[in-house]
Design a protein around this ligand. Sequence first.
Ligand code: SF4
Length: 268
Amino acid sequence: MNELTYNIPVHRLADDRTGGLIVRATDPAALIAALEPHDPERVIAIQLLALDADSEPLNAWAPGLPVELVMRDPAAEFPLLYRHSNLLDNHPVRIVIPVTPDFGKAVKTAVALDFAVRLEPGQPDPALIGELTAVLEFYLRQPTVAQPIEYFHSALLGFYHDEPMPLWRVLDEEPDRLRDVGDDGAESLSGRLAGIELTVTPDADLNAWIEQALATAEECRACAFLNSCGGYFKWPRRDYDCAGVKQIFGLLRAAAAELRHDVESVEA
Ligand code: SF4
């Protein structure tokens, strides 16, 4: 059995589980108090779910522990990012931004404040593909962007080095490694696979999950971007039209080729 990491609400800490923990909470002070009796080595990251909360208690606590600030409504919440910038003094901090209308404002604010970004792309409709493309262009062309915007960053590197990494791994939704624990204590696969039952061979690694369950659609088997995607966009709606997300992969592949060409020209 693979070693599992659990994304768990703070009030479920007392549940008897072995493995790593990503602890999610809305109240930083209460989170610190709740973690006090537990083995700090098991906590690999924390997620703050309320951006209007006071994160000051986290600033000097557990230096080096990764923190994710999870947005629900990026178009409305982006001004709240300013109040959390001090977290960067002691923590790697990443902003989780769902791809919803006007999410680009939140990405630009996060990057300006020197936060890393993890997009939650969902299954973007054609209207959002336009905004996703604009944010990708911003990431590729804007010289002031110093922090990674995932999934663009890892996909670009994957194309550049010819070592693609499936989005399940890039976006921390690996079914071979991660489980979500609900408020009621029920376990499920994480992220977009929440609530979905899938059968794979025991001890399947991510490649086996992709082969046996995640990318079984005929379109995935024939897709030029299978190794960078892993069937990610066909979940949870299996009939999702991938035309737009393939365009985005195509832009990333072209940007990697352009970058390689530039580097080779300098080295020649
Ligand atoms: S882009 Fe769509 S068709 Fe291609 S591998 Fe991903 S989910 Fe499958």
